[in-house]
Design a protein around this ligand. Structure first.
Ligand SMILES: Nc1ncnc2c1ncn2[C@@H]1O[C@H](COP(=O)(O)OP(=O)(O)OP(=O)(O)O)[C@@H](O)[C@H]1O
Ligand SMILES: [Mg+2]
Length: 252
């Protein structure tokens, strides 16, 4: 389980998280929605210790991430696959080497075992083995997103964090990525957090949905509860006006 408890995080005078609390249960996919700049990426970076809280805490499987030693943090990160907002592949090495990178860093498997894992991971995201010999520049945006997911699942993580996995993709490619995320949850039993602006994707993959607003969770609920929310801020967001100015403004 991942537990955000009263998390506060500011950058200078920019108070991004102001008491963010959220529980993500085993086996569920928690979708996090919210306006651009609301702190969604900042929140999940605390899970892997890329950021440290100013106050409050993030616990993963009962461990307070900010208190871990370097070694304990590495052990924790081995359980967590992170699909970055911008696919973040290494341009100069092949797709197979990109997918293998985390496994090589861990140093637990032989090269033939790594090759088998790469094959398995590419298969799970429906990419043919010959894609492995290509360079990132030779792939479409949707394929690169899939490689990003393959790289995360190659480590067989317990948790998968997806930051905007469908942003910038056409509807057909988005639907493929949604199906993949569902497969990770249902077939591999992965617990997921998905950050997205895309409500269709949120409704497809979410077990529950949480809306982040002004540094806190405005509402968290099942897909149906969010779809039929009576909270005006949530309604405005989910009705597809996500990119407009939020009602209430600064003085809420
Ligand atoms: N390392 C950092 N240093 C300073 N400010 C930061 C840093 N990381 C994030 N911020 C600021 O924190 C705020 C929240 O950023 P964040 O990336 O979490 O937004 P987001 O909700 O993920 O937005 P988007 O939907 O556009 O990805 C922004 O104002 C951003 O400029
Ligand atoms: Mg973001």
């Amino acid at each position: 389980m991942i537990r955000f408890d009263n998390l506060h995080k500011a950058f200078g005078t920019n108070e991004v998280l102001r008491g963010f609390s959220l529980d993500v249960h085993e086996g569920e996919t928690m979708v996090v929605i919210g306006y651009s700049g609301s702190g969604k990426s900042v929140a999940i970076k605390h899970i892997v210790g890329l950021l440290e809280p100013d106050a409050g805490s993030v616990h993963v499987d009962g461990l307070d991430v900010a208190t871990l030693t370097r070694q304990e943090l590495y052990a924790l990160r081995a359980k967590i696959g992170y699909v970055f907002q911008f696919a973040a592949l290494f341009d100069s090495v092949t797709i197979a080497d990109n997918v293998a990178m985390g496994l090589r860093k861990q140093g637990l498997l032989t090269e033939p075992e790594i090759a088998e894992r790469v094959h398995e991971a590419l298969n799970l995201v429906d990419l043919e083995d010959d894609v492995g010999t290509k360079l990132p520049a030779e792939l479409s945006g949707g394929m690169r997103k899939r490689v990003g997911i393959a790289r995360a699942i190659a480590l067989r993580p317990k948790y998968l964090l997806y930051d905007e996995p469908t942003t910038g993709l056409d509807p057909v490619t988005s639907a493929i990525i949604d199906a993949l995320m569902l497969r990770m949850q249902k077939q591999l039993g992965v617990t997921g957090i998905v950050i997205t602006h895309d409500m269709r994707s949120a409704y497809t993959v979410g077990t529950r949905i949480a809306m982040l607003y002004e540094g806190r969770v405005q509402q968290v609920g099942t897909v149906d509860e969010i779809k039929h929310s009576t909270d005006p801020l949530v309604r405005q967001f989910v009705e597809g006006r996500a990119e407009l100015e939020p009602v209430g403004g600064a003085g809420r």
